[in-house]
Design a protein around this ligand. Structure first.
Ligand code: UD1
Length: 430
């Protein structure tokens, strides 16, 4: 099992290039099978979740041609199977996007019901409510969601809560449902807009993506196009906090600064300098940072996917901070790990109370999920001494070349898989 070994203490300094957005890419790959023409997708991140979804897509019969690391050509004309294997949904929940895509195109789909996951219970009732409103019959049979319709039709759908997944899944199916669909209380995340833009390039008629009311006029057919995925705001934010926590100076390139505003605002509030350029942001932290309060919210609020990263940074800031998680109930699993590094963090319900300490010290910790794993790496980079992060398979799900990018900023981090390699690293860093 791979681990990261880190010798902390180096401020991160330099430039880093951000990959395409994983969460946008997952939905975009699913949407790409909705036409029989070829779709060329650029700026695809080379991360585990994406590679698993590409396998799932090729397994149901689509042609998947990986031209290079960040470019793929997909042709959905050869799909013979509308049933997705449990193997894939087990590995990535977001393969449920194939439900909306297949239902829209073929009026039937069969996708195993995703189980719970390590950030909490994640129901998909709003997705199913949307499909039913569009005229599909949706049943759970032998652990799978089976959705079918003789014909879909437009509908007026009010989401009970803001859900990225439900908004995108319903938007995909509705784009091929005759008539008009209105999704109210829609998620406004940048990747909702990105998927709408792709579908519109494919001939769909979607208006209002990026606001809380999305209006869709169903079309009969979608066609081929070329599309480049937006930069990953969570990967970018992770590097911004890595710069802050290590008192570094990092230029984060290939980003859309507008998408990072909630992160930028918090970094400025705690004492970092953030300079915005057209497609880059520079984060400089020259002194000890200050406390703050933060609550996760749907976009444009502070993202839940950036919650562990800010908490780790606040663990080293002056004063008492309160971090409130309002999206997922089980997103503080890293707190005990962070405490093992000397942080003063106490979790009560959906709130973490953090009394900043002047320094953390290296320890052996385990990544409980993707973003918390990345946050523990940040903690290791900022800590004194050696940190070993176990279970980095979670981190590899969503960060392309994570350790290489960190090393290019001066971090001492290595991916290792044996005691011998750990000893070698320790000898090298002294
Ligand atoms: C997406 C992101 C994930 C991010 C999350 C919130 C992808 C692949 N994943 O997840 O990284 O953390 O948005 O920004 O894009 N809910 C229901 N019923 C539903 C759907 C959602 O109760 O049918 C609840 C969820 O349990 C959660 C909240 O709504 O409490 C938001 O979830 P949602 O926005 O759907 O998250 P995902 O799309 O799964």
């Amino acid at each position: 099992m791979d681990q990261y070994i880190i010798k902390g203490g180096n401020p991160l300094v330099g430039e880093v290039e951000i990959a395409g957005a994983k969460n946008a890419a997952l939905a975009i790959l699913a949407a790409a099978i909705m036409t029989d023409d070829t779709i060329l997708i650029e700026n695809l991140p080379d991360v585990r979740d994406i590679n698993v979804l590409l396998e799932a897509i090729s397994e149901i019969g689509a042609k998947v041609d990986r031209i290079d690391r960040s470019t793929v050509r997909i042709n959905g004309s050869t799909i013979q199977d509308i049933s997705v294997d449990y193997e894939y949904i087990k590995k990535i929940r977001a393969s449920y996007y194939l439900l909306g895509a297949l239902l829209g195109k073929y009026k039937k789909a069969e996708v195993p019901l995703p189980g719970g996951c390590n950030i909490g219970s994640r129901p998909i009732d709003q997705h199913l409510k949307g499909f039913r409103a569009l005229g599909a019959q949706v049943d759970i049979i032998n652990g799978a969601i089976v959705a079918k319709a003789d014909q879909l039709h437009g509908s007026h759908i009010f989401l009970d809560m803001v859900s990225v997944g439900a908004t995108i899944n319903i938007m995909m199916a509705a784009s091929m449902a005759p008539g008009r669909t209105i999704i109210e209380n829609a998620a406004r995340e940048p990747h909702v807009v990105d998927v709408a833009n792709l579908l519109n390039c494919m001939g769909a008629n979607i208006k209002g993506a990026g606001t809380d009311v999305i209006r869709i006029k169903g079309v009969e057919k979608l066609h081929g196009t070329e599309y480049s995925i937006i930069p990953d705001q969570i990967e970018a934010g992770t590097f911004m906090f890595a710069a802050a926590a290590t008192k570094g100076d990092v230029m984060v390139k290939n980003v859309i600064p507008k998408h990072l505003e909630a992160t930028t605002a918090k970094l400025e509030e705690i004492g970092c300098e953030v300079e915005e350029f057209d497609d880059a942001v520079r984060v400089v932290a020259s002194k000890r940072l200050r406390r703050t309060h933060v609550k996760t919210l749907p976009y444009p609020g502070y993202p839940t996917d950036m919650q562990p990263q800010i908490a780790v940074t606040l663990a080293l800031a002056q004063g008492t901070s309160i971090v409130t998680e309002s999206i997922f109930e089980n997103r503080f699993k890293y707190a005990d790990e962070l405490a093992r590094m000397g942080a003063n963090i106490k979790v009560e319900g959906n709130t973490a109370i953090i009394d900043g300490v002047p320094k953390l010290s290296g320890a052996r910790v385990s990544a409980p999920d993707l973003r918390a794993g990345a946050a523990l790496v940040i903690a290791g980079l900022a800590a004194e001494g050696i940190t070993i992060v176990d279970d980095i398979v979670y981190i590899q799900r969503g960060y392309e070349n994570f350790e290489e990018k960190l090393r290019s900023l001066g971090a001492e981090i290595e991916r290792v898989s044996s005691e011998k390699e750990i000893q070698k690293f320790k000898l090298r860093v002294g």
